[in-house]
Design a protein around this ligand. Structure first.
Ligand code: SF4
Length: 398
């Protein structure tokens, strides 16, 4: 889509569906609404929002800091969800119709005249932008983080890719594999003003270096020889350095996103190194997520939507067949996705995980490279199996 210069797709609905002739829908609506608003299940999203993760991940030694040279920092409180809420939160917002309102909006203030004249802009924040422009860049002050996010938004950059790319560039400059001739400004962990300027260079492609970096951290790392410390798992990493299962799931996952399957949650729950169990979890978790996504449900609410509740929801609007075949349909959607991905050129076996991910220490200790390799091999095998066309196999057999 990017190659074709397509900027967006707008879909406008102009019809309504009649409900089945019974009273089930209001009842189930009330049940779902109650779960989302009256129980503890969603309160963390409503209260501090996703930045509630910053302190626990830091305590667990699972927060990427300074281009993943560290997994925690003693001064992390400056960019915690609690700190943002205390000093920088203006208001909450919500997606249409959602009673949770997890979107947190802070502000940046800018002096535009000597006589104490200021303007302010509203800037939304979340765990991922905070990790990418905060801990990853060594910027540990919430207002400085909002300043960088504001530039990123105005430049139209992807915040996670932009932050991780500049973290790599900073370490590359420290190591002397590039110089200020490339970076134009002396990038330094913690220097938010420098990063604001660098984000602009990245967006504008000011010189050959920034043009290369804007194609992706790995493209620049290949060109300038810094692949070992490029924090790329298929695309620039997400804000979890929880361990082997997450690294495998993001590197090989369908969109290279932490949202395709909860590998980070698996890492945090167990110290067990059971390859089969971990890969089964990734496959099953993805099935649940693709089904919810197909129903346009928010993945934050996935804890609320048990299979039983989803079945009731579908029955209440007349989708009884679907309610009775959710497991099969989920598997089918998952297979279709992987079949498309693999048939358009993706080979999970070709993905490599940069050395930096094996150099870190998490709450479980150092990374077990053998376990990581076995996870990669097994998950690759399962992806290839999932992508096989069952109809073709049956045809071949007959
Ligand atoms: S739909 Fe999800 S992302 Fe949107 S406000 Fe509600 S909880 Fe947040």
């Amino acid at each position: 889509m990017g190659v074709k210069n397509l900027k967006g797709i707008a879909i406008q609905g102009d019809a309504t569906f009649l409900l089945p002739d019974n009273k089930d829908y209001p009842k189930i609506f009330e049940e779902v609404h109650k779960q989302l608003t009256d129980t503890d299940m969603m309160s963390k999203y409503h209260d501090l929002g996703t930045p509630i993760n910053v302190i626990p991940l830091n305590k667990l030694k699972a927060l990427p800091v300074r281009n993943l040279q560290q997994t925690s920092d003693p001064d992390i409180a400056g960019i915690s969800g609690e700190k943002f809420a205390e000093v920088a939160l203006l208001r909450n917002n919500a997606c249409a119709g959602c009673p949770v309102g997890c979107i947190h909006i802070g502000f940046v203030r800018e002096r535009f005249a000597k006589e104490n004249r200021y303007l302010y802009r509203q800037v939304a924040y979340d765990h991922e932008p905070i990790f990418a422009t905060g801990s990853m860049l060594g910027v540990l002050d919430c207002f400085k983080v909002l300043d960088i996010i504001d530039v990123v938004e105005r430049m139209g950059l992807d915040v996670m890719s932009g932050g991780v790319a500049l973290a790599w560039a900073t370490e590359a400059l420290e190591k002397g594999i590039i110089s200020e001739k490339e970076t134009i400004i002396p990038l330094k962990f913690g220097d938010s003003e420098g990063y604001k300027e660098a984000m602009t260079h990245l967006a504008m492609g000011t010189n050959e270096f920034y043009q290369t970096l804007s194609k992706g951290t790995l493209v620049a790392a290949e060109r300038y020889n810094g692949k070992d410390f490029a924090c790329v798992l298929g695309q620039e990493m997400a804000g979890y350095a929880t361990g082997e299962v997450f690294f495998t799931s993001q590197a090989l996952g369908f969109r290279h996103s932490h949202l395709d399957s909860g590998g980070y949650a698996f890492d945090q729950k167990t110290e067990e190194k059971n390859v089969g169990k971990a890969v089964d979890f990734l496959i099953k978790d993805e099935q649940g997520r693709v089904f919810l996504t197909s129903m346009l449900a928010c993945l934050f609410a996935r804890g609320a939507y048990s299979d039983e509740l989803l079945g009731k929801c579908l029955n209440s609007v007349g989708y009884t067949d679907l309610a009775g075949s959710m497991a099969d349909v989920s598997r089918h959607i998952q297979k279709l996705r992987w079949r498309t991905r693999v048939s358009t050129g993706f080979d999970p076996r070709s993905i490599s995980i940069p050395k930096r991910f094996t150099e870190i220490v998490t709450w479980k200790g150092t990374i077990d490279t053998e376990y990581l390799q076995n996870l990669k091999d097994e998950y690759s095998k399962k992806i290839i199996e999932l992508s096989a066309d069952d109809n073709k196999k049956t045809e071949e057999k007959t």
